[in-house]
Design a protein around this ligand. Structure first.
Ligand SMILES: [Ca+2]
Ligand SMILES: [Ca+2]
Ligand SMILES: [Ca+2]
Length: 368
């Protein structure tokens, strides 16, 4: 009786487990497979000035800024070295601008409770932005903290050498309306800061397939398209070109190359127009279009094409002609056998050569 009950509960358990698995199939876990996630490139330190012997206050009446020239794009985050000498819960607001009076390209707010007392590097990881290497940008830092409990941006001051030659330290007393440079021609000053980026990578991806059937020889209105996109890192710029295409038929492309295609641009479409081969012999033509990433010869894509010219009335005529040839061949063969039996070998040999020349499509076996 007890064993019967155990068996019953084990059966019910299996049924419940089966139902659960049918609702939540094991494949659902594949979504969490690390291999499916996009590859995030390793962050690299780009611009930096890490020396610091002095403080500049930041509070509700004073904003600070440091200009810099990135060598890489995108800009992923910055770090600034901050001294917090007194208790403040007020946040620190950090943004990036192209112009010191312009709008913020990206920004982040650091909660006052997350900023430790005294001197520390504060990380500001904002939404990555595209920047133009070689052009000037600004790190803008502000806070609503009262002047009695300021934050202080650490900086380096030197009258001989410029701590950071590609930028300057600025201050504003009117909430950013006007700015004055702390660094002067003979009194260099630069805040302690670091900017980060990564090495951009392009990835060519093309999609499409052509399959034209029932095509007449020389048919000149076969159309289709394929797509090109860049699945590389954000803001990366792909330069691509069509390297080769099938040797049969005549191919025209709406474009044969493209430049600066970013992942953010989505797909670009290449339209094609093909004129079929003119041969009357029914055939299946196979081939492919090869597209290459111009900066990475190992990054290529292929679009496969198939074209079929079926049997036509002309083919039937050709077939009948060949059939007639075959019939003649067997008649001649019979005559040869007759000649051989009557010992006229020279005539047989010359007739056989004649057949061989005119019926080269036949499986031929010379008889001596
Ligand atoms: Ca970021
Ligand atoms: Ca400087
Ligand atoms: Ca690729």
């Amino acid at each position: 009786m007890l064993q019967g009950n155990i068996r019953k509960w084990v059966s019910i358990g299996f049924i419940i487990l089966s139902l659960v698995l049918s609702v939540y199939p094991l494949s659902a876990y594949e979504k969490n497979d690390v291999g499916c996630l996009p590859i995030i490139p390793e962050e690299l330190l780009d611009q930096h000035q890490e020396n610091e012997s002095y403080d500049q206050n930041i509070h509700r009446n004073v904003m600070l800024a440091q200009s810099f020239i990135p060598s890489l794009s995108p800009l992923t985050k910055v770090e600034i070295k901050i001294n917090k000498p007194r208790i403040t819960q007020q946040s620190l607001f950090i943004s990036i601008r192209k112009s010191i009076n312009g709008s913020d390209l990206t920004s982040n707010t650091i909660n006052g409770n997350d900023i430790p007392f005294f001197i520390y590097w504060i990380e500001c990881d904002f939404t990555d932005i595209e920047v133009t290497p070689g052009e000037t940008y600004y790190i803008i830092v502000s806070s609503n903290t009262p002047s009695e409990a300021p934050y202080r941006w650490r900086f380096d001051n030197n009258d001989d050498t410029d701590p950071y030659v590609s930028g300057k330290f600025y201050k504003s007393f009117d909430k950013g309306k006007t700015w004055g440079s702390i660094e002067t021609q003979y009194d260099y000053a630069d805040a302690a800061f670091c900017t980060y980026s990564y090495i951009s990578k392009t990835d060519l991806v093309c999609e499409g397939y052509f399959n034209w059937t029932e095509v007449k020889p020389g048919q000149d209105n076969l159309t289709g398209y394929f797509t090109v996109r860049n699945e590389g890192t954000p803001f990366s710029e792909l330069n691509w070109e069509i390297q080769n295409w099938p040797h049969w038929g005549t191919w025209q492309f709406s474009k044969k190359n493209g430049t600066s295609l970013k992942p953010e641009d989505g797909i670009t479409t290449v339209e094609i127009l093909v004129e079929a081969p003119h041969s009357n012999v029914p055939d299946e033509y196979l081939g492919k279009i090869t597209i290459v990433n111009k900066e990475d010869e190992n990054d290529t894509a292929e679009i496969h094409a198939r074209l079929v010219t079926p049997k036509s009335k002309n083919d039937k005529k050709t077939f009948l002609t060949k059939f007639e040839g075959l019939r003649q061949y067997y008649i001649t063969l019979q005559q040869n056998r007759f000649s051989y039996n009557h010992q006229i070998p020279n005539q047989r040999k010359s007739t056989m050569l004649f057949i061989h020349k005119n019926l080269n499509f036949l499986p031929f076996r010379t008889i001596y």
